[in-house]
Design a protein around this ligand. Sequence first.
Ligand code: ADP
Ligand code: MG
Length: 496
Amino acid sequence: MSETESEGALRKNIDAVRTIVRTVKSTLGPMGRDKMMVDAGGNSITTNDGATILGELDVSHPGGKMVIECAQTQESLCYDGTTTTVVLAGELLSNSEGLLNKGLHPNVVCKGYNDAARMAVEYLDDFLSGEDEKPLENIARTAITGKTVDAALDEVSNLCVQAVKKAGSAEKVRTLSLQGGSLRDSYLFNGAIVNKDIVHEKEMDGDYNIILLNTGLEPEKTEENVQVQLDMQGYTQFKSSSKDDLLEQAKLICTWLPTGGLVFIRDGAHDSVCAYLEKNEISVVRRLPESTMRALSGTLGLLTAQTPSDIECSASGTVVKQRHNDVNYLFVEGEVESTQSTLVLRGATTTTLDETERGFDDALGVVSLVMKGDKTVTGGGSTYAAMASHLRSEAASVSGRPQMAIEAFADALESIPATIAENGGQDPLDCILALRHEIQSGRFNFGPDLENEGICDMEKLGVFEPMSLVRQVVLGANEVTTAILKIDDMIAMRGE
Ligand code: ADP
Ligand code: MG
């Protein structure tokens, strides 16, 4: 294969990535613009969230797909920083093109980039991250700024922190978006919210004895393709035995709830069972998702029994029924200290609510990272600028051509604060020069001042983010860039 053919594959990949980067670049930072994405059916999403935009993009190019996968990894590991990863990967690739034009071999660029990424994260670990605890509210605020919640930033950041503290980690916080009201009406509910109604509708509000049940209240499904031949008598016996069995199970529940109560069931419950229980003042909520059962268990401090014969106790709880947009919700609170919390988000339109929920997801995630012991760094791209300066001072000590790659890596890192400034309507070059000047004087915490022009101290502004987020951005973007640089040919594969 000729040199030009192999370069052709690489350049096609670089072009594909460039298109993706162009799509998300203008969303980076608090002043980033939103994207409205519309599909063929006319459905639309309006978002500022890099991960969401990339997830919805119709990308068929393999090089582009690699970058999207890298952003998804960032999202799953660190919850936030997806746009930053894509922008950095795009800059790294663009800069590598300049180096290739100057005659550097892709392998030399890869070596220089790998060395640069290693040096940058070592510097981040050793010098840029602070041990002292930063208010978690600030971490939440940094992640959520710019995500349509600006009008209630303080309330929202507080809610995020409370929710994660209560639940212990972001995964355990459940969110429920209810259309209506404004964001300021959002609150943390110390319990579980079930969006299913009871089988026989009636007024619910009050205290109940509650049982959680997995299965056992509907006839067992017969195996498919099994043929049984029964005469009439046998058939009646077969039918009534399974019915009797179900009735036995229902009676067992009644012995646990002699004065009536409420049963939440993961599986189905036969109508005859529900009717029998109803007669005994026991209401049934059936076919609940696993996650709701877990939330109820945490709220009530009660284990879910496998079948009615495994029930060991009931728990008391308060249930309030609310109706929103024609859907009934049961708000369940226990008497014990709940390990479960549900964020109830309010907003005027589903579009803004969806975007708010995405912002919350990022913020809950980064708060839980820091709560679990991650160090913090200042945001606004300040760390990227500091790492870039460090790389430039180190580059001189590296002999040969990889030195040029290290410098190109430094340039790419600086594009993060530059893009944040540019999206805020400022000049990116002025921002970089001002940041370099501060870093030269030993001030590493400066970033673009989006309120008043120029730059300002991110520490004073309270803009902090988890260190592992920045680390993963640098490593992830480098990994995908070097992987793309190593591809020298694209060959059509025989389909399966
Ligand atoms: P990502 O998808 O990469 O998280 P965002 O659009 O959420 O992209 O932008 C995140 C960047 O915005 C981070 O570098 C963060 O530090 C920065 N940022 C957040 N708040 C501020 C602020 N008040 N001033 C300057 N930069 C900020
Ligand atoms: Mg973000």
